[in-house]
Ligand binder design. Structure first.
Ligand SMILES: Nc1nc2c(ncn2[C@@H]2O[C@H](COP(=O)(O)OP(=O)(O)OP(=O)(O)O)[C@@H](O)[C@H]2O)c(=O)[nH]1
Length: 244
């Protein structure tokens, strides 16, 4: 009996070795209030948080995916949009990053114009064009044809994404578009149809794109899911592969 227990425990360690997966660090940036926290919450926990406060520093959330038989982990770094809550931490956010989400609010053109300064921050922190970038227009549930002139049109966002080699998504962290297929259409309140993406389709597309990357994973991750504050960058950014 004892030896069979020993045998099964060693089998357990072998199987944990076999379930190793790659972890990808995805930085989520954008103006304060565009919904980065809600979006990462939705992408990782599958729900819209009932209460949110302005992010101070950074929060982590993780999402485990299985794509073509390989397990990969997306580690989303939800960063503070408010300058006063970023400051000295910024350069640490950009270390060993595998992908960047640029988030704006579709109902707030200023947050879209603000993307240029987020791109500049990326450039200053040596995040080059080789790092996959994703443009995400959030709060699509608030779109309404009567307010089209004061909102960021999908055409404008798509042409920005094209110009900067980004994959573009428009979604809502709050409400899933109904009857959507991947890149399908959601029905807005006024009857006009907008393309909307389901959050799950976004993570799958991002995971698939990162999985195809040749570069090995460099960011490590904690062994639990949830959010926590970075207090020690060494703990948050250990090199190498991680066991899911
Ligand atoms: N209607 C709607 N409201 C949203 C959506 N996403 C976020 N919100 C609301 O927008 C507000 C800001 O959301 P946050 O997720 O805290 O924004 P943030 O970008 O993380 O803000 P900072 O932490 O300050 O950088 C909150 O009141 C959310 O409830 C969405 O998809 N639809």
């Amino acid at each position: 009996m004892e030896s069979s227990l020993e045998f099964s425990s060693s089998l357990g360690s072998v199987s944990s070795l076999l379930t190793r997966c790659r972890t990808f660090k995805v930085l989520v940036i954008g103006d304060s209030g565009v919904g980065k926290t809600c979006l990462t919450h939705r992408l990782c926990a599958g729900e819209f948080p009932s209460r949110v406060e302005a992010t101070i520093g950074v929060d982590f959330r993780e999402r485990l995916l299985e794509i073509d038989g390989e397990r990969i982990k997306l580690q989303l770094w939800d960063t503070a949009g408010q300058e006063r809550f970023r400051k000295s931490m910024v350069q640490h956010y950009y270390r060993n990053v595998h992908a960047v989400f640029f988030v704006y609010d579709v109902t707030c053109p200023a947050s879209f114009s603000g993307l240029s300064s987020w791109m500049e921050e990326c450039r200053q922190n040596s995040v080059g064009q080789e790092i996959p970038r994703f443009l995400v227009g959030n709060k699509s549930d608030l779109r309404h044809p009567s307010r089209a002139h004061s909102q960021v049109s999908q055409e404008r966002a798509m042409s920005f994404a094209r110009a900067h080699g980004m994959m573009f998504f428009e979604t809502s962290a709050k409400k899933s578009p109904k009857n959507c297929t991947v890149n399908g259409c959601g029905q807005s309140d006024g009857g006009t149809r907008y393309q909307q993406d389901k959050v799950d389709d976004i993570v799958t597309a991002v995971g698939a794109k990162l999985k195809r990357q040749k570069k090995p994973s460099v960011a490590n991750s904690p062994t639990y899911t949830g959010s926590f504050k970075v207090t020690n960058k060494k703990g948050a950014e250990k090199e190498a592969w991680n066991c899911c």
